[in-house]
Design a protein around this ligand. Structure first.
Ligand SMILES: N[C@@H](CCC(=O)N[C@@H](CS)C(=O)NCC(=O)O)C(=O)O
Length: 215
């Protein structure tokens, strides 16, 4: 299995966390300037050039959640990313919540900061910040156990780790949300999340909003 991604990319980290937690072997095809051929291959399979992407037995798959579903089905390891029954449905639901309402609002702010000054969208950026606060408030009431759905580490935690990691950089979760803050800390202490954070560390100077001196 080939995996295309970049160590500082949040959605790359989401899938790497699952791959590493299951100790699934793969070839890492890094999307960086030293490997233009990897970008060429990415573009052949991912219509928007988005990553992560996996190519497994000749079949290409993009979108982080279906990739993790594929890992569970075709490369099963010790973790059940989407458990059976109600917990699995909850994991799926929270995975969507973290991607759509935390990760994507965080990405909107990062994307806005990367635009030329005259192309920025202050209205859209303010709305993304407001929506992050709504997401944080909702999560503060929903997350109480060790992991998102309870005792087992699922796809929801894979999504939560990079989304809360970076979202807190662009719009701090703040001391008024102690449960969410504690959950973010538990995630960062998980060995595979800690590894993802370490592998992304050399790229922090590239963070367009300025990486804080912590984490
Ligand atoms: N919904 C996609 C989002 C993937 C995504 O936004 N990837 C970012 C990197 S974190 C990307 O490809 N950015 C480059 C681009 O959009 O051109 C998923 O779950 O994999």
């Amino acid at each position: 299995m080939q995996f295309f991604g970049h160590p500082f990319s949040s959605y790359t980290q989401k899938v790497l966390i699952a791959l590493w937690a299951d100790e699934t072997p793969f070839e890492y095809r890094m999307l960086d300037q030293e490997h233009p051929e990897n970008f060429e291959e990415l573009k052949r399979h991912s219509p928007f050039g988005q990553f992560p992407l996996v190519i497994d037995k000749g079949a290409a798959l993009f979108e982080s959640t279906p990739i993790i579903e594929h890992l569970q089905a075709c490369h099963p390891g010790p973790n059940r990313w989407i458990p059976d029954g109600e917990i699995g449905r909850r994991a799926r639901f929270l995975d969507r919540f973290f991607d759509l309402h935390v990760m994507n609002n965080m990405q909107a702010l990062v994307g806005d900061a990367l635009r030329p000054e005259e192309a920025r969208d202050p209205y859209g950026a303010a709305r993304a910040r407001e929506r992050l606060h709504i997401a944080y408030d909702w999560l503060e009431h929903e997350i109480g156990a060790q992991w998102a759905t309870g005792d087992s580490f699922t796809v929801a935690d894979c999504a939560a780790a990079p989304s809360l990691f970076y979202a807190d950089w662009v719009e701090p979760i703040g001391s008024s949300r102690p449960k969410l803050t504690a959950y973010r800390s538990r995630l960062l202490a998980h060995p595979t999340v800690a590894r993802a954070v370490e592998e992304g560390r050399p790229y922090r100077p590239l963070f367009p909003l300025g990486a804080p001196d912590r984490d």
